[in-house]
Write a protein that binds this ligand. Sequence first.
Ligand code: G16
Length: 547
Amino acid sequence: MSALPVDSLKSLADLHPKPSHLTFQYGTAGFRTLGSVLDSVMFRVGVLAGLRSKKLDGKTIGVMVTASHNPEPDNGVKLVDPRGEMLENAWEVHATTLANAPTTDAFVEALSAFVKALKIDLSKPARVVYARDTRPSGPALVSALEDGIKAIGAEGRDAGVTTTPVLHYLVRAINTKGTPEEYGEDSEEGYLNKLTAAFKKLVAGKPASPPLIVDCANGVGAKIAAKLSESLGDTLRLIPVNTATTTPEALNNSCGADYVKTSQKLPPSLASQLKAGQRACSLDGDADRLIYYYLDDRSKFHMLDGDKIAALVAAFVVDLTKAAGLESQIKVGIVQTAYANGGSTKYLSERLPVKCVPTGVKHLHHAAEKYDVGVYFEANGHGTVLFSPESLKTLSSHQPSTPAQSTALNYLVQLTNVINQTVGDGLSDMLLVEVVLAHKAYSGEEWDSLYVDLPNRLVKVVVANRNIFKTEDAERRLVSPPGLQTKIDELVRRYNGGRTFVRPSGTEDVVRVYAEAIVRSQADELAFRIAGLVYDETGGDPARRPV
Ligand code: G16
């Protein structure tokens, strides 16, 4: 057990002082706020990543610098655990504590206490791999992160500008190298090769699908989509749009998955390009979300969100397990959040086990791990499919008894390769959707007709203090502020098929209100009335009251 390198820590920490007026919190997707105030957080996350690696015997820890769907001035940082999954819950609390130590001395003191309490052996090696998205604040923040990595004596590997899912992939690929669970070659090329090779095998012999428009949200997804497009060649023609990664303020602005999902509209930039019946999809700022859509013959917009992706993909996996003769050994389950459309929950729960968990990929991921095959998608398009280690073993040892079983088995095996099982991945999910559409010979319209979405509305409310909002029952009910849920219940009762919930965002300084009802006008009215109620009950600037 060597000691903390106090001198190097102090001298480097002094270069990254904490702003005295701010309190930071490791939220739904790590620390996320204005990029201009995150310098000290980045430094401290660098130190923490090194310590996490030491605690896990030198396994490589990932750090992603991104604010994903948020506006361009925001930035953020999250830690990735050795198998490519989100940081363990307990460490989120440690991250928050360390980020808020007011001075260098207090930080080093908190670190010593932390190392002692967690019995971290400082003589162990430490390795950290990090990447960033295209935000202008990224380079300076990465340099603060590198100071932190250096201060704790960890070895850093810069993965450059890439997507969040690539970083998650790299972490698992590095940590499984040379083991029986080897996940793939630990490079962006390795990732692209793995996905492309599996996709090509999965669609071999199927008629080529018409070209697909990919809205890259003017973010880092543009870079990987361009490379993917090249390696897919004619197998699937991609048309990347909104690829202006260096145009100021273009990121996530009137484009991208969050814009489409929240406004339930086509990005204006696609209006002249998208033809009736053509498929298009949107990624978000770091390409970990995916939303599909199409225009019908009357140019009406139809959205195919995370719920629709889950329904499509789950049915396909179930069909394949049946066709492979593995129906009784590999059971499929679904994980959703409160945002899942009532229409989807009804449709899916009539067919498969469905579990509802709080927002945040980490919650969905852990719940999905409990199934043989866990299909998890947030309605916002963030999700993936997990094959349990036992299912993977079953797939590799199963002896098919007919050629049809053998074909289905091979498809299942290739699905495990085309899917990024470390985290939600917009581009990998896009390939997965394209595989299913090709196999089923579905158009967007046929996919859409699996079930009918209930009209719904999502509204953001800026309140004086979102931290007073506390929820229970997978965020479907408020326990604080006291009395507010009773008033919400009274209001929602007046709406036919009404369902609503209120929760504080973990990535933006707002409270979110979701409402659905049988009729569109009622869903909108319910959402805005609840938003007004929330606002009035918790105080705030009358000029910002939701209308
Ligand atoms: C992040 C999380 C998602 C979550 C979303 C919104 O997405 O990874 O799981 O649904 O934030 O969270 P909230 O409603 O708490 O703000 P992303 O794509 O921004 O990383």
